[in-house]
Design a protein around this ligand. Structure first.
Ligand code: GLU
Length: 479
């Protein structure tokens, strides 16, 4: 039995912002390592020099740290298998290219893009799956050498063995079999000298001692290629598990159009990392307990057996639910700090008088899931309340102008209960029939924080003005 340490990895390409799908991949790898007391490694796959950008590298390090998905090996923390950026591993790759070429398992290919495109077109027309037709596979070595020396551009292809079945047990999808004859010889080094994904990705996993790879199912068909390559290099392959696709509410792959958010957008909107983690850990993975868990708790219930094979559907309402729970768990100081640090923090400080800040926060505490709602409440309470909608107006009319005129007379009463008692006696209204029109008059809406807190935050003058305005609205003729 293998005593190999569990080592997982996340290997993003820094070509843009990191979105929910990739965050989930990172999370599952991090949870597996954490559960097994192993190592979570981060590797930056920046081989695409055109599209990779340093700012995306920094952003993704920040995003992972924001979520608490710390890596034990990788950029900034180092480790025994560095460098952890593929753009810095050229010397290492060169040795393995040499080994493959020396053993006849890699050969230079001089086919141009146009030639390759034509070959694919012919194959498709003949009803065949497009694959490399092997044009350069049998070039005599001295001819290849001569063309290389003459400066002709060449990529390096891996010679795929013929007539084999590549079988592996996918950690998520179970036994898989691929015929090597269906795999054309593939490029492992591009003609510009940069490593191709199949090569650097598989080689680095092996050299870095990665034991388990969880990645998107779009990589499933890459795995037989990578297994053949590692076998040719005499290296141990990791075990691969391919995660089901993340789809939007409409069933199509999750994208900006159907609700995907980047880590930055989530953070800027004020989502708490714990909310994102609790949500993602249950997306395509049945986590067991439905209660809020911290990273250790999520790791404890993580299991490869619980990963689903069918597409996981993004559900914004579920994310909100975890966000609500995460906000509820904040103590008063953290709640204040969270709002303060949010995008709306400055505006909130502007809108809420300093002397009333604590009372305001205590008031809205249970009515805020995202900072934008805190700002909305600040507006409702300290600015002009939004004009009541049709339903609210109807409720005002139902209570009638006299009710509000009477209420406005006692608006100076600081204790809401005393005020309400008197108003009830004078108008014959009680319970909801009393409180609902009052709430609408004071806040413009039928739902919201505890009315006693709203009452005291508004103060006598605003209370009076709003009740008088309600009296006018209640007297307006029906539209
Ligand atoms: N850099 C690859 C990607 O972002 C990694 C794929 C893998 O996890 O093996 O898709």
């Amino acid at each position: 039995m293998s005593t190999r340490q569990t080592k997982t990895r996340f290997a993003p390409s820094p070509t843009g912002e990191i979105h929910l799908g990739n965050l989930r991949t990172a999370l599952f790898n991090a949870l597996l390592a954490r559960k097994e007391g192993g190592c979570f490694l981060l590797r930056i796959e920046d081989t695409d020099r055109e599209r990779s950008r340093e700012e995306w590298v920094q952003a993704l390090l920040d995003d992972l740290r924001w979520l608490g998905l710390d890596w034990q090996e990788g950029p900034e923390v180092g480790g025994p298998h560095g460098p952890y950026r593929q753009s810095q591993r050229g010397d290492i790759y060169a040795r393995y290219y040499d080994a493959l070429e020396f053993g006849g398992l890699g050969y230079p290919c001089f086919c141009s893009d146009a030639e390759l495109a034509l070959a694919r077109k012919r194959q498709r027309a003949a009803g065949q799956a497009p694959r490399y037709p092997g044009t350069c596979a049998a070039l005599p070595p001295d001819e290849a050498q001569r063309r290389l020396q003459a400066g002709e551009a060449a990529s390096l292809r891996f010679r795929v063995p013929r007539g084999e079945t590549v079988a592996f047990d996918d950690l998520v999808r179970g036994p898989q079999r691929f015929a090597s004859d269906d795999i054309g010889d593939f490029v492992i080094r591009r003609s510009d000298g940069s490593p191709a994904f199949f090569f650097s990705n598989a080689l680095d996993d092996a050299l870095m001692g990665v034991s388990h790879v969880l990645r998107g199912e779009d990589h499933l068909a890459n795995t037989p290629r990578q297994l053949l390559l590692l076998r040719a290099l005499g290296l141990d392959a990791p075990r691969y598990g391919h995660l089901s696709l993340l789809v939007g509410a409409d069933g199509s792959p999750l994208s900006k159009r159907n609700g995907s958010l980047s880590a930055r957008e989530l953070r800027e909107a004020g989502y708490l990392p714990e909310a994102v983690l609790n949500y993602l850990a249950r997306l395509g993975h049945s986590c067991g307990p439905e209660e809020w868990l911290d990273l250790d708790g999520l790791a404890a219930c993580f299991s490869l057996q619980r990963l689903g094979r069918s597409p996981a559907r993004f559900d914004a309402a579920q994310l909100q639910r975890w966000q609500k729970q995460s906000v509820e768990r904040l103590d008063a100081a953290s709640f204040a700090a969270w709002l303060n640090a949010s995008r709306t923090g400055a505006l909130l400080r502007e809108r809420v008088p300093e002397a009333q800040r604590d009372a305001f926060l205590a008031c809205i505490r249970d009515n805020v899931v995202l900072p934008a709602e805190a700002l909305e409440w600040a507006g409702r309470l300290f600015g002009e309340p939004p004009a009541p909608g049709a339903g609210e107006k109807a409720a005002l009319r139902d209570a009638g102008p006299a009710f509000f005129a009477r209420a406005a007379e006692s608006a100076g009463e600081d204790d809401l209960r005393t005020f309400a008692k008197r108003l009830g006696e004078a108008t014959g209204r009680r319970g909801k029939a009393l409180y609902l029109p009052l709430r609408i008059a004071l806040t413009g809406t039928a739902h919201g924080p505890e009315l006693a807190r709203v009452w005291s935050l508004l103060g006598p003058q605003r209370r009076r003005e709003r009740l008088q305005a309600a009296a006018r609205a209640a007297g307006e003729a029906h539209p």
